[in-house]
Design a protein around this ligand. Sequence first.
Ligand code: PMP
Length: 420
Amino acid sequence: ALFVHGKREARRRRLSSKALPPRPIELRSDEIVPGVSGLIGNTPLVRINSLSDALGVEILGKCEFLNPGGSVKDRVALRVIEDAESRGLLHPHTGSVLFEGTVGSTGISLATVGKAKGYEAHIIMPSDVAIDKVLVLERLGATVERVPPVSIVDQNQFVNLARRRAHEFGNVDLPTKGKATEEDVVVSTQATREDVYGTPTQAHRLAYDKKPRGFFADQFENDANFQAHYHGTGPEIARQTGGHVDAFVSGAGTGGTISGTGVYLKEAVPGIQVVLADPEGSGLYNKVRYGVMYAPQESEGTKRRYQVDTVVEGIGINRITHNFELGEAVIDDAYRITDVEAVAMSRYLVANDGLFLGSSSACNLVASIRLAKTLPAGSRIVTILCDSGARHQTKFWSDEYLANHGIAIDAGIIDKILKE
Ligand code: PMP
């Protein structure tokens, strides 16, 4: 017994070794949060040491991959659901189903927050999205439909199909303004966006009893997406930096992040620049730079409509969504980022910082270092680390996939940009 005691003593002494001071306890939250929804938001900002040290400009990443559903979209899912509940459009534990067209992150967030709040999720995705996200959705008990990637004018395009599926399930659009009686509550595909998102009235509430409903989350057009960032991401960044931030860099898929965060930061931080990171094939870069989706030199000649054809998932689009429009006026500039650059950045960050990130985060950081080179030393840039690399294993993080698509993996490109 003495021997055992002696061993234990030795271990205890080792553990309390003075060689390393104890880490100060810094909790993300000192509360016990009431359920999984309470884990959403209030994400830390991390200094990206390799890039910041090389540039003399501080690059800070907002760690959205730490949200419980693994991405920035948890904020949107929560706000969309709570907004619909406050309008009386959704009642929990009634068998109601959330429908959405998504490249994945929003689906995973709706499935996660849905389960936490008493809803099912039915997710429609283009078939070329990384299978990793489909597997996560299935584990979360969501229904997943994969459809061919086609243009938005096609009625079977993933967003259009999600809207239709919600109707088929028994979604009831809000009655047209001015004749909001219970009898007017008919399935209507004619409702305007003001009808759907306008001020809730008693009649609106009457329209939605506690029957199972299909609810189309509509992240591209639904203001709740913008609001999630205007009331969450934006104020958090302003508080975390004490207003000492010179630029905000973000990609845009629906536009919710850049618009909601950008508009808030423009109001709160005088002189801040808002900059778009856009992947190849997206029209947003041209929209910001030239005011049209197709740059003059691109629309002349071939007149070909650009396809968003990139290994980057979640950002880049060829139409102006309502959520992008809400913040378009605050975007000062845009950078177009190639697949090769995004891939290089993702590998560079693992090698130098131990950060394993998804493709849109990598795009944001390439745009951030390009922007940093135009700013005075000591400036500070905040960008979004949207999700982790874990759900991009079979495309963006697959050497085989990249080789088959002729995309080079060369982290040295980042060193070259840093030294340019
Ligand atoms: N990154 C990822 C991984 C995404 O899924 C999305 C959403 N499509 C974005 C970035 C873009 O965010 P937003 O829709 O707010 O423009």
